[in-house]
Design a protein around this ligand. Structure first.
Ligand SMILES: NC(=O)c1ccc[n+]([C@@H]2O[C@H](COP(=O)([O-])OP(=O)(O)OC[C@H]3O[C@@H](n4cnc5c(N)ncnc54)[C@H](OP(=O)(O)O)[C@@H]3O)[C@@H](O)[C@H]2O)c1
Length: 314
């Protein structure tokens, strides 16, 4: 299967921008489908071989039309929170979209698909809507009846210049006088660098051994959430005292934050954080990718005083 033309959904996001830059450098012809073409997209609009197309990706007719002539679809669309609290938003974005994409792939004879899922995604046993619906999307894709070769990538939390993990904690720390109450502080993560993930995707595109595989992807070290927040504060030279919240107060904080616009933390996030986001076996090694430690990268973007304008994960 020779892949030349790729449709990327979610290509404007944190991971998507890095991936599309790399795909463009590798000479692939890219179509990025987005809800808003003009919003802060100069870095993508100017890339060679990249078409940024504004469309409603929830509409099957649009998908049918935009997938014409393409060899492969990469879906990176995902949300960490929904407007309501009953899972409908997650179902719409993670599951209904996948059903439509499979139909559009069938109509257009597309036989290769890559999906950015998440560690612990599991339609039956996951505790949060986020992980349940990501798991359902994997299930639908990997049981497709159209002979489409699917690869799913299941990363722990991803870091890089525009991440929403270290940057979010850095912003919260800036606003915190000294005491920093932290929910789910014992949860473990193995942060993976965005360019290591991108490398994995690039290497897997034309590798038939990645067909029908789900890759668990992690960084080189495991940290608790408390370690990671303490590391962020130290890197910023910010003095703070982390107040670890027990399970009861973590849930209370989540329930209160559910009502804050943008949901900086939610009951669904709390439920996701009940399971450690770490790998039993890190599949990056299948492609001889040496995972990059946070200590090599995070100080380059998190610390305003030490801002390295040359650092980019594009
Ligand atoms: N970042 C992490 O730490 C992490 C960890 C594990 C898994 N993942 C998964 O990796 C994927 C990419 O993550 P990311 O951090 O790059 O996300 P991101 O920066 O939020 O980008 C996601 C993209 O999806 C599109 N999108 C968001 N909501 C949408 C909606 N309701 N309808 C249609 N499109 C929508 C947006 O594109 P437009 O605005 O252009 O339409 C956006 O650029 C996600 O599926 C996420 O669940 C991320």
């Amino acid at each position: 299967m020779l892949i030349k033309k790729i449709v990327v959904l979610g290509g404007t996001g944190f991971v998507g921008s890095s991936l599309c830059n790399r795909l463009s450098k590798e000479g692939y012809q890219i179509k990025i489908l987005t809800r808003n073409r003009e919003y802060n997209r100069e870095n993508l609009i100017l890339l060679p071989n990249v078409d940024l197309i504004e469309t409603d990706v929830g509409n099957l007719n649009n998908l049918n039309q935009h997938l014409i002539g393409c060899d492969m679809v990469i879906n990176l669309i995902g949300i960490l929170n929904e407007r309501g609290n009953v899972g409908d938003g997650f179902k719409k974005v993670h599951v209904e979209l996948i059903k439509k994409l499979i139909k559009a792939c069938e109509k257009n004879g597309i036989r290769r698909f890559m999906y950015l899922s998440a560690l612990n995604a599991d339609s039956k046993n996951a505790k949060s809507f986020y992980l349940k619906t990501k798991g359902k999307a994997e299930e639908l894709l990997h049981s497709n009846k159209i002979g489409m070769k699917v690869t799913s990538f299941r990363p722990s939390v991803i870091f890089g210049k525009s991440d929403s993990f270290f940057n979010r904690f850095a912003n919260l720390l800036k606003m915190t006088p000294i005491f920093f109450p932290l929910a789910c502080y014992k949860t473990k993560f193995a942060p993976i660098y965005v360019l290591d993930l991108v490398e994995m995707v690039i290497k897997a595109i034309n590798d038939s051994s990645s067909y029908d595989r789900k890759f668990n992807l992690c960084g080189p070290k495991i940290y608790t959430l408390k370690d990671l927040v303490a590391y962020t504060a130290k890197t910023m030279d910010k003095k703070c005292i982390i107040i670890p919240l027990n399970n009861f107060f973590s849930l209370m904080q989540a329930k209160i934050f559910d009502f804050i616009p943008g949901k900086p933390f939610s009951t669904d996030n709390y439920l996701s954080a009940q399971t450690d986001s770490i790998c039993k076996s890190n599949d990056l090694k299948l492609y001889n990718i040496n995972p990059t430690p946070i200590e090599d990268i995070v100080p380059k973007y998190i610390n305003n005083y030490n801002y390295d304008s040359f650092y980019s994960d594009l």
